[in-house]
Design a protein around this ligand. Structure first.
Ligand code: BJ8
Length: 421
């Protein structure tokens, strides 16, 4: 095994706290993931990626930087990854899903801020995240209020650029977003010293489209009953999609899809499990809490209507005239096809949830919000009413990354799953 400590030291990590983090994550991963039965062979690659998340992948990013490339930290799927790749950069998702770092945001942002925001800032403060440490800068965005104010704090500690994401879907909002995507392209040109050419942007877009097509293949197989992959494993693939090497990841996801399609074609004698659609806030690494509770209760999560899930892989770039302007507009349109609760009105998301529940033959929907996320919590009332009107069972839950409410969640989820058995 390689000794990564000199690399971590050079990135400014707090080695003692980093050791504690790795120990905690390693323990949680073996307990939650390695105890699952009948996992696809193809998951071995993703187990390896997790085991090397702070090692080999960081070494690759450090090498990329030594060769003159940039590393850009992102917090939202509205950031145009195509533009980053087109300048020879690499995007890495920085949203954090660990309770470990939440207390480290203390005194910088209010306690009644969602844990995703608190943990993301906390990881910068406690110096245990090698991804933010090796990023040239991070891109924030004006989605929810908590994030906006967190980026002000982060900007005092790490180079930060904020993109304005509109809150409505009007033609004027679209024009605003197109201008923001163009401004971000200019920012990337200036940081990387590389001009974006139409050919390069088209190649970068094709790379991202290939990755999302591979993800769609995997998720498509989950429509089969019984599903050929656990929700936990499918979630892990989505989580890794935000930081692994894009070409290698796409190849491995296609290999996994081949295996899952073969499993579906072969059929299985496995017992049927109650099928649950997850709908709600993102589930960044290593937030496996709800999935592990649902699946320990005997259910299976068959789809995630989440930015770590369908809101990411289902958007595709509209065809365009191939000019730089035409491509940047098409990329903006792709991104605006993401139905985040930060937008108003946002009826498309409710339609998406109902459609997904039908397509994935869900027996019920868990409508999930991270604590203090006002936009998703407010929208969950509408989602709940719409699902009830369609006679689709729904359970609304609010939680965080800690284990404090695990017993309570188990009781509620257990009763919901049992109702569907
Ligand atoms: S496109 S969901 S990734 S903003 S959970 S931080 S909304 S208080 S993460 Fe998101 Fe982009 Fe939307 Fe997706 Fe705020 Fe809510 Fe926290 Fe959230």
């Amino acid at each position: 095994m390689s000794d990564y400590r000199p690399m971590w030291t050079s990135l400014g990590l707090d080695l003692d706290r980093h050791d504690s983090l790795l120990e905690l994550l390693g323990g949680a991963y073996s307990q939650i993931y390695m105890s699952q039965a009948d996992r696809p062979e193809g998951m071995k690659y993703f187990d390896f990626v997790v085991s090397e998340a702070h090692g080999l992948r960081i070494a690759e990013l450090v090498e990329h930087k030594k060769a003159g490339g940039t590393v850009v930290g992102t917090f939202c799927v509205y950031v145009p990854e195509e533009v980053i790749f087109a300048t020879g950069g690499v995007p890495v998702g920085l949203c954090a899903g660990a309770d470990f770092a939440v207390p480290d945001s203390e005194g910088l942002i209010p306690r009644n801020t969602c844990p995703l925001i608190r943990a993301s800032l906390g990881f910068k403060m406690n110096r245990t995240c090698p991804y933010i440490q090796c990023s040239d800068f991070v891109v924030g965005e004006t989605t929810c209020d908590g994030k906006k104010k967190m980026f002000e704090v982060l900007a005092e500690r790490h180079p930060t650029y904020v993109m304005e994401v509109p809150q409505t879907k009007s033609p004027a909002a679209r024009e605003l977003f197109v201008s923001e995507v163009k401004a971000f392209a200019a920012k990337m040109e200036s940081v990387s010293g590389r001009k974006i050419e139409a050919d390069g942007l088209a190649a970068a877009t094709a790379k991202i489209e290939a990755k999302k097509a591979a993800l769609r293949r995997v998720h498509e197989t989950r429509k089969a009953d019984p599903a050929p992959i656990s929700g936990l494993d499918a979630l892990l693939v989505s989580q890794i999609s935000f930081y692994d090497d894009i070409e290698r990841f796409t190849t491995k996801v296609n290999e996994l899809a081949d295996e899952l399609e073969a499993r579906v074609a072969k059929g299985t004698t496995a017992n049927r499990k109650p099928r649950i659609l997850f709908a709600g806030t993102p589930l960044p690494l290593p937030d496996w809490k709800l999935h592990s509770i649902v699946e320990a209760c005997g259910g299976v999560i068959v789809c995630e209507e989440s930015c770590v899930g369908s809101r990411y892989y289902s958007t595709t770039t509209p065809s365009n005239d191939g000019s730089l302007d035409g491509q940047l507009r098409a990329i903006s349109d792709r991104l605006l096809g993401t139905h985040c609760a930060c937008f108003t009105p946002n009826a498309e998301r409710i339609d998406d949830i109902i459609n997904l529940a039908r397509e994935y033959r869900a027996d019920g929907v868990i409508c999930y919000s991270l604590a203090f996320c006002q936009t998703y919590a407010a929208e969950s009332i509408k989602v709940e009413n719409a699902l009830k009107a369609e006679e689709i069972p729904v359970l609304s839950l609010e939680s965080d990354f800690s284990a404090n409410d695990a017993a309570q969640l188990q009781t509620r989820v257990g009763a919901f799953v049992e109702m569907m058995a």
